[in-house]
Design a protein around this ligand. Structure first.
Ligand code: BES
Ligand code: ZN
Ligand code: ZN
Length: 495
């Protein structure tokens, strides 16, 4: 989507008018190029109270003398926040089917800078379709918004232009994460993810990408990654990203769960909705998307990341419930359920990150448990941390971006549950049915290395409920959401 920001520009295509509920100011300042008859029509509708501008509501109008308009209600000005503005922007894009036009002119009037920026961000985020696998018989892209001209008062132009440029950069990362999350698992398998990452590295001089392949992982003793991935013909790998690696000193480090398909392995899952388990690599998708966003926004500091890629399949070569594996850390794990595989690959990823990449902190992202969806629904990511400051910073960044991450506990009792194996150092299951996302987090904590007797600041984000589109997510029509690319970009850059 091409977006330009101008002061009092003429209308191009359909006029989009964002309006406050209960506000008198109608189409003021919006005459430029508008058919007079259409302007009257809008004024009459507003004066008669036929369009109340309740938040997220729309009305489309076609002038008898030409021109089209889309009214979008912003709700009451005192109730507005960044997220409601993003959702209103998204609504314009989702209503484009009704408009049938390639060009929109959004005319902001009497709206503050941050709210305008959030509205445009919502448009950019919502302008996404995963249609790579649809055969097209013609060039028909009529429901795509191709060009958006944004107009506001002179004083807001520069800020809005800068904010839009930044949003466009970050959105390339969100949309990359969504593409990866939506990709079918027959085409996106561990070494294909690695190939795309290597290509990304080759395309950018400040990005270095390294791949630890299956044989190397075995040699290094990465028993978690190997154990999960060995049942598949498509072998596992670990992909390491480094941005601005020439900068010295510790750097933020992201670790992603990247199960390109999770059948559950020998502890096989029920078949309904199993297809969705292609998004079990969204932790890695977000990680890769974040790298793209950081490069696109011109981040100059060092950032490192590890993605743990494997396909969890049942086969004669798959790991079994009852197996004991030795992880990269040297700790042994009793595998009681092969469907609790994410924590096994992450155990090796966390240990690698902490011992090789000199992290200032580590954040892992994982579609780790169904239990987090029971706890928080699709409204928030579960957030665990061994460091209060890191936890608060992530929570605040999530709030800023409208991607809520909600604190969850790391009680000693949960650690006790995972340490209670009769034959190994830890087990990959809690003791009973309850608190499954907490025992999973407590398991991961066992694999965060110490430096000078102190565990590295670490946070775990369980995105099982937020990485896949839900009815309440108005920024995503369907499929992978690209969750937390924006949160982490904001946390790392402050932008
Ligand atoms: N990938 C799943 C978690 C998941 C569930 C993600 C639903 C997205 C939606 C994970 O590997 C898994 O299967 N976890 C098990 C753990 C259990 C065996 C302890 C779960 O949540 O049931
Ligand atoms: Zn699983
Ligand atoms: Zn999984």
């Amino acid at each position: 989507m091409k977006v330009s920001v101008e002061a009092n520009e003429n209308i191009l295509g359909t006029l989009v008018l964002p309006l406050w509920e209960g506000s008198e100011a109608v189409a003021e300042g919006s005459e430029g190029g508008m058919h007079r008859e259409l302007k009257h029509q809008i004024e009459n509708i507003l004066q008669a109270g036929d369009f109340k501008a309740k938040v997220g509501t729309t009305m489309t109008l076609a002038g008898t003398e030409g021109g089209k308009a889309l009214l979008i209600g912003l709700g009451k000005v005192e109730d507005a926040d960044s997220q409601s503005m993003r959702e209103c922007g998204a609504k314009v894009v989702s209503a484009r089917g009704k408009i049938h036009g390639h060009n929109l002119s959004v005319r902001f009037h009497d709206i503050d800078d941050a709210h305008m920026a959030a509205f445009v961000e919502g448009m950019l985020l919502r302008d996404y379709a995963y249609d790579q696998y649809k055969s097209k018989d013609d060039e028909d892209d009529s429901d795509k918004v191709l060009e958006v001209r944004v107009t506001c008062e002179e004083k807001g132009v520069e800020a809005l232009r800068n904010a839009t440029t930044l949003s466009q950069a970050i959105t390339t990362g969100v949309h990359l994460a969504r593409d990866l999350g939506n990709a079918p698992p027959n085409d996106l398998y561990p070494m294909e993810f690695a190939r795309q990452a290597m290509e990304f590295g080759e395309d950018h001089s400040n990005v270095y990408v390294k791949v630890i392949n299956y044989d190397e992982a075995r040699t290094l003793g990465m028993g978690g990654l190997v154990g999960v991935g060995m049942g598949s013909y498509r072998k596992p790998c670990m992909v390491i990203f480094e941005i601005n690696g020439d900068k010295q000193g510790p750097a933020p480090c992201i670790v992603g769960k990247g199960i390109t398909f999770d059948t559950g392995g020998i502890s096989i899952k029920p078949s309904p909705s199993m297809d969705e388990m292609k998004y079990d690599m969204h932790g890695s998708a977000t990680t890769f998307g974040l790298m793209q966003a950081l490069v696109a926004s011109g981040h100059k500091e060092k950032v490192v990341a590890v993605t743990c890629m494997a396909e969890n399949m049942p086969s004669s070569n798959a790991q079994r419930p009852g197996d004991v594996i030795k992880t990269y850390s040297g700790k042994t794990v009793e595998v009681l359920n092969t469907d609790a595989e994410g924590r096994l690959v992450l155990a090796d990823g966390l240990w690698y990150a902490g011992t090789h990449l000199n992290p200032s902190y580590i954040i892992d992202l994982a579609t780790l448990t169904g239990a987090v969806v029971v706890a928080l629904g699709h409204e928030a990511t579960g957030l665990w941390s061994n460091d209060d400051e890191l936890l608060e910073n992530i929570k605040a960044a999530g709030e800023y971006c409208g991607e809520i991450a909600w604190p969850m506990p790391l009680f000693k009792a949960f650690e006790k549950e995972v340490k209670d194996s009769k034959i190994a150092d830890v087990r990959n299951l809690g003791a009973g049915r309850w608190g499954g996302s907490n025992t999973a987090a407590a398991f991961l904590k066992q694999f965060v290395p110490e430096v000078d007797g102190q565990q590295i600041p670490w946070a775990h984000m369980d995105i099982a409920g937020t990485a896949w589109g839900a009815k309440t997510n108005k920024l995503v029509k369907t499929g992978a959401t690209g969750i937390h690319v924006r949160t982490l970009h904001h946390l790392i850059t402050g932008l």
